[in-house]
Design a protein. Sequence first.
Length: 367
Amino acid sequence: MAKKKSKLKIAQEQTEATIKKTNKSIDELGKNTSSLYEALNNIQALFDEIRNVPSEKLLQYEKLKEVRLNWKQQAEKIEADYKIAAAKNAGKGALGVGTGVAVVALGPTAAMGIATTFGVASTGTAISALSGAAATNAALAWLGGGALAAGGGGMAAGNALLALAGPVGWAIAGVAVLSSGLLFWKSKSDQKRLEDIFTLISKRDIKSYELAIVELNERISRIKDETLKLENAINAIKPFGTDYNQMSEAQQYELGSYVNLMNASTQLLVNPIMGLMPKYIETDYKKFVSAGMKTVDAIKCTSYMDLIISLSNLLYKIELDEKDKKLLMKSIKKNKEFLSAMKISKEDLDISIINMVCSCLAFKYAC
């Protein structure tokens, strides 16, 4: 007779299934953003051929060209970094055949989907919580770690995700790795208490992913509509000629409306999917530290910033009592994978870290 699955195991399996659906939507998003990007380039090429365009209009669509280029470069960087990270970790037991963990292949269109999911500002940096390398790493963790995040690969899966994700990856991987040591707890009541905490986290994440899937599908639908409008605009512009001054007033006005269309379409490429953004970010943490500098341990704030941000994402909207906090800290101190990933020793940790995380979150909720 098969052993009855625990509530945590069921929740983790549901999380994994939801993440797979989310990844599928991200991949579909990438295919459609690729078509949108191509249509935007085609209409841009027609605009580039037109002479005597007023400078303010010219600046407007030249700026849009720069934004799209930055988005494309971000997608290319994600694809390249993913390949490097996968190859780097293949020999460490974190990824590969030996662990029984499948690494999701990452092609150009999937990378485009990730670039849009995490958002790119006009400067080329991520406009989500994360910036620069952190954004790329989180994106890598998202697609590359999707099949790993719910704990299907055990410790090896956790290692793989952490290797790709860095601190922010704990918003995704924390439950899998931290809950992996629960079987070794001597006290069944303590084990159950921790399982309940991790089950709540998994259920919270399932809701987040489900809402994100709705948001992704809405974005895909809008992108399809805008791509069709751009293709129609391309056909409409061709008979206008290449001299702005020789165009009728109606044609000039129509060109202006197409610049607005290009702007709206470009935003669909670069604006992030809000449902997949981290719940707690470095900016939140710095606000907390600034507001309570007289009462906050400044050294601890600086030394443990990554850890506190990661745990704040893990415990977002999760209520803990004093016993929960102590058990969670004990669980963290026992977990070598976590300590190694965060580059800390168990001697560095005490209950004040969890208390600070709870204070950080309470401050964010109040704000």
